[in-house]
Design a protein around this ligand. Structure first.
Ligand code: NCD
Length: 300
């Protein structure tokens, strides 16, 4: 049996493993699974801010009966005493840690941990690179809504270039047979992002009536120095507001990985829209992360 040790990006999962994660998520939401990680220790290392992801990983680990240690970056010898990442990983292995969940601003950081650590690593977001568990919970939310995603069209709107969520989600959706329409200004969406089942569009008004779901993204201001587009132009061209929402299909849904900025990528009418699924996404986060931890630690 091939054993999946770590989850760095969605491409790490075979089609079978991907389906397995979604099946387990559904099962765990129906019936709490009990202490599948009893006696296993999980360390959460978040070098970047997090509310949703950090809390839901914690809850997932606790609900699976794991021992949980949260290491704040400032308390790590890695940050202040000159210990290398590789030696930190060795140390955690010697302590018998089973799973390390890591978020870091440097793309590739979780992969480096995985290479040095004798256990499982879950990427909770590395710079602009990837955020596989957010992509999984977003895709799970879409599957819950639509069933099969073949023949569905999903728009992802905004700062795609700097969004690790978008990078992971796009690949996952395309793999599941959905058509993906990326929408944004040149500075946030290079034309080269177009590919098999993935198109690049600049005119949001023209896209809204033709899609089953719209995933909005936050402008990742922490990832660039000077904004390449003014807020005013962004709002004019890409904000989902009352007027644009009126163009949407009646059964369309709107999603956002959070945190969302009111007035920038959406206005308050979106928060009152019947198809607004943000809370569902957050709710699925715990079960999806339980499913990932179970897949890695208890392969069947
Ligand atoms: C995202 C992230 O951190 O990449 N948030 C999340 O994990 N739910 C998106 C963002 O910060 O805009």
């Amino acid at each position: 049996m091939r054993v999946r040790r770590s989850l760095i990006d969605l491409d790490d999962l075979t089609a079978e493993e991907l389906a397995g994660v979604f099946d387990r998520t559904a099962d765990f939401e129906q019936t709490p699974p009990g202490p599948l990680l009893a006696g296993k220790a999980c360390v959460n290392m978040f070098f970047e801010e997090s509310t949703r992801t950090f809390t839901s990983f914690n809850l997932a680990e606790l609900r699976l009966g794991a021992d949980v240690v949260n290491l704040a970056p400032k308390s790590l010898s890695l940050a202040t005493k000159g210990e290398t990442l590789e030696d930190t990983a060795l140390t955690l292995g010697a302590l018998g840690i089973c799973v390390v969940v890591v978020r870091h601003h440097e793309p590739g950081f979780p992969q480096r941990v995985a290479l040095a650590f004798d256990g499982h690593v879950v990427n909770a977001g590395d710079g602009v690179h990837a955020h596989p568990t957010q992509a999984l919970l977003d895709i799970y939310t879409l599957i819950e809504e639509f069933g099969e995603l073949e023949n569905r069209t999903i728009a992802i709107v905004g700062d795609i270039l700097h969004s690790r969520v978008a990078h992971s989600t796009v690949r996952g959706l395309a793999r599941l047979g959905a058509s993906v329409v990326l929408v944004g200004p040149e500075a946030f969406l290079p034309a080269s992002y177009a590919g098999d089942r993935i198109s690049v569009e600049r005119d949001f008004d023209a896209v809204v009536p033709n899609v089953d779901a719209i995933i909005l993204l936050r402008i990742q201001r922490e990832r660039f120095v000077e904004a390449p587009i003014s807020d005013r132009e962004y709002v004019d061209r890409f904000r989902l507001d009352h007027r644009r929402l009126a163009l949407a299909r009646k059964e369309a849904i709107v999603m956002h990985p959070g945190p969302y900025n009111r007035g920038v990528e959406l206005d308050d009418s979106v928060l009152e829209f019947a198809g607004w699924r943000y809370a569902r996404q957050v709710q699925h986060g715990v079960a999806v992360r339980m499913a990932v931890l179970d897949l890695l630690v208890n392969p069947r």
